[in-house]
Write a protein that binds this ligand. Structure first.
Ligand code: MV4
Length: 489
């Protein structure tokens, strides 16, 4: 096994990866920016290397500095976490030429998955359902008009190099197609440096369902069932669950087979996700994510598989620890992403010092977090405070347990989206499993949040008052100890 791994990431995911390393007896190396000097993941690591200023472009995306840390520390492998360099084919290439194991798929697989048009074509050829659309990039306006006509409005124009909802636009009628093609191409050119766009039929109320897969270098591939990630806002997922409430045994059989085939045709090795849109009983391939995903814990919770350990073992050349017949779903898991943001003000980030912090616990509760009381959340990175996951024997009990865990969660000092999560857990449509990617708008969730945020504030208020007295007591004790020591000196 590897003896030392560098984690090229920060926050909760850096800790998640290092936890697996610690259990496997592997030494851990953190890299950190100026803004993360006091972060928990830096304290958690066996060693830590400074890699630059707060801006990600100069630290967590700075390959020269990261490779310096890799070589200086004598790390044999690098785990990229999610975001940052995790899906950067050039980084993978450089790892290979430097003799470092990248814990993830090959450069070629990442490049192929990064091109949406190429991925679509590959999957279609393999017989996996794709959304009706153009096989090639749009060549000119006439091509766009005739293709959209044939597909039938509404259509969606997407950039081939796009992702995360950037560089895509819905077109309701023919009069808008020319203008939308041009504007999407222009966005794609400036954001991704590639103006290739394609057209698909627009699905009005889809559900986002994805399959977790594991593939090793010995041709073993398994899927670890499904997750549903329909509750999102502006392409930021907020709540995920496993399995999907839309799933039946028959559908899982078919989608799981498609997911495995998708992994095979792109020579996938490591942990990955095949994303689908599901609409009116049909499913369609959407994208491949070639990284460990934020929401991986809910799959771990219902399958009992440690995805990070599997990743590390696969990267070392080992075999997946199970066969498909060994994969079983036990119960239900839900994850709420706890963000430092104001759900009543357009979910604007709310960085700042966490003055008081107590995370929930008890039966069936898992918290993946990178913060502590006294820690200051930096404005330079995403606003994720923690991922709160619960397990229960069934979905309704998982919802009750999540409500209980949200009730226990105390975060004073920054605004959080906890009231939003409470509102969703209390929502009848959510409880019925009636989800679509438009859920938050369709169900007027924010109106409910207003009331719940008020409750949260009064809880915070009384806690803050208690904290004042606590702090005074602490200050008094500190002063007394100081005086005592001075006197002895
Ligand atoms: C779509 C779609 C409807 N029809 N494609 C959004 C992100 C990008 N990865 C693909 N996305 C979508 N593609 C067709 N043909 C709706 C979305 C979409 C979406 C997808 C998954 C999760 C949330 C979403 C929110 C809005 C739109």
């Amino acid at each position: 096994m590897f003896s030392k791994i560098l984690v090229a990431n920060r926050g909760e995911i850096a800790i998640r990866v290092m936890r697996a390393c610690r259990e496997l007896g592997i030494s851990t190396v953190a890299v950190y920016s100026e803004a993360d000097k006091n972060a928990l993941f830096v304290k958690y690591a066996d060693e830590a290397y400074f890699i630059g200023p707060p801006q990600s472009s100069q630290s967590y995306l700075n390959m020269d500095n990261i490779f310096n840390a890799i070589h200086e520390s004598g790390s044999e492998a690098v785990h990229p976490g999610y975001g940052f360099l995790s899906e950067n084919a050039d980084f993978v290439k450089r790892c290979k030429s430097d003799g470092i194991v990248f814990i993830g798929p090959s450069e070629k697989t990442i490049r192929g998955a990064g091109s949406k048009i190429e991925a679509r074509k590959t999957m279609q050829k393999a017989g996996i359902p794709v959304i009706p659309g153009t096989e090639e990039g749009i060549k000119n306006v006439e091509h766009a008009i005739s293709a959209a006509e044939e597909i039938g409005y509404p259509v969606i124009v997407k950039s081939s190099a796009g992702g995360g909802g950037i560089g895509m636009k819905v077109v309701k009628e023919a009069t808008e197609i020319e203008q939308t093609i041009e504007s999407t191409q222009s966005v794609a050119r400036s954001v991704f440096g590639d103006e290739t766009v394609f057209i698909e039929k627009y699905l009005e109320e889809p559900r986002h369902i994805e399959f977790q897969i594991l593939a090793d270098s010995h041709d073993n591939i398994v899927h670890l069932c499904d997750r549903e990630c329909s509750i999102q806002r502006r392409h930021q997922k907020l709540i995920e669950e496993a399995p999907s409430p839309a799933m039946t045994l028959e559908l899982r059989e078919r989608m799981g087979a498609s997911a495995i085939k998708a992994a095979k045709v792109i020579d996938y090795v490591n942990s990955g996700t095949i994303e689908f849109l599901y609409s009116k009983g049909d499913y369609y391939f959407l994208e491949v994510n070639t990284r460990l995903q934020v929401e991986h814990p809910i799959t771990e919770v219902i399958t009992g598989v440690d995805l990070v350990k599997e990743q590390i073992n696969i990267a070392y050349g080992g075999e997946i620890s199970m066969k498909q017949r060994d994969v079983h779903i036990n119960g239900w898991a839900i994850e709420c992403r706890i963000n430092a943001e104001d759900p009543l003000n357009e979910f604007t980030p709310s960085p700042g010092k966490i003055r008081r912090y107590r995370s929930p616990g008890g039966p069936g509760v898992r918290v993946d977090s990178g913060v502590y009381a006294g820690y200051t959340i930096s404005p330079y990175y995403d606003s994720l405070v923690s991922k709160l996951s619960v397990w229960a024997p069934n979905r309704m009990e998982a919802i009750s347990r999540m409500k209980r865990a949200l009730y226990e969660y105390i975060i004073v000092g920054v605004k959080t989206n906890i009231p939003f999560h409470k509102a969703v857990m209390n929502n009848r449509a959510f409880q019925n499993g009636n989800l679509t990617t438009h859920f938050i708008d369709d169900h007027h969730i924010l109106k409910e949040v207003e009331k719940l945020a008020y409750d949260e504030k009064s809880k915070d208020g009384s806690l803050a008052a208690a904290l004042e007295t606590d702090n005074k007591k602490i200050a008094a004790v500190t002063a007394a100890v100081g005086a005592y020591l001075n006197q002895r000196r």
